[in-house]
Design a protein around this ligand. Structure first.
Ligand SMILES: Cc1cc2nc3c(=O)[nH]c(=O)nc-3n(C[C@H](O)[C@H](O)[C@H](O)COP(=O)(O)O)c2cc1C
Length: 191
């Protein structure tokens, strides 16, 4: 069996199907965004790519702020719904029973049910074609304390984060290594 060669497409997987909050606590909105990622560590820089036709688009442009909330696999239906319904017609937080809480550094609220929230301030917008990229600095991060261990380490494995791959949602599977484990020396065990 060989490999098939296709024309260029967006088959990148898995990606995080994030619940992005925008607007203010008085007039918030939520939309699902899978075109997101990290582009720089120091300073921490991320992006979201959004179609200009979205109700959220002018809100993002005007306010220049948003929050990327990472959902759990238990929230898959909510994630899908926030990507199917528009804030122009529906209060998605209310319909999905999500709790919006104040963020530390931006006016857009965070979602309490999500284990991790990245507060972002837009630094640049770039119209790319179907989508416009909002490049943004991560100004603060909040994490659910339930996933912190006694040493203050974040244990995201327990959070059960949701992944999106080629049009389907997946629960992240079992851990199969950690950063640097391929070259790490094993501790000698004395018996
Ligand atoms: C899994 C999934 C991923 C999505 N990713 C994006 C995306 O990256 N960019 C985008 O503009 N829309 C994306 N959408 C579509 C928007 O979430 C959808 O159009 C939503 O209704 C927009 O909400 P709004 O009209 O309240 O802004 C996605 C939808 C789903 C279900």
């Amino acid at each position: 069996m060989g490999r098939q060669h296709w024309k260029g497409s967006v088959l990148m997987a898995p990606v995080p199907p994030a619940l992005v909050t925008c607007g203010s606590s008085e007039k918030p909105n939520i939309l699902t965004v899978a075109w997101t990622g990290i582009v720089c560590t120091h300073p921490p820089v991320t992006y979201i790519s959004v179609r200009p036709s979205r109700y959220s688009y002018p809100i993002l442009l005007e306010r220049g702020e948003f929050v990327i909330n990472l959902p759990t696999s238990a929230m898959a239906k909510t994630v899908d719904l926030c990507g199917m319904k528009t804030g122009a017609e529906v209060n998605k937080a209310r319909v999905c029973g999500l709790t919006l809480i104040p963020s530390e550094t931006v006016a857009a609220p965070s979602i309490e049910e999500c284990p991790v929230s990245l507060e972002c301030r837009v630094t640049e917008t770039k119209a790319l074609g179907s989508h416009t990229m909002f490049l943004a600095e991560v100004t603060a991060v909040s994490v659910d304390e339930r996933f912190m261990d006694s040493k203050g380490k974040l244990n995201l494995q327990q959070a059960g984060l949701l992944a999106y791959a080629h049009g389907e949602y997946f629960a992240l599977g079992r851990k199969c290594g950690d950063f640097g484990f391929s070259v790490r020396r094993r501790k000698k065990h004395s018996t």
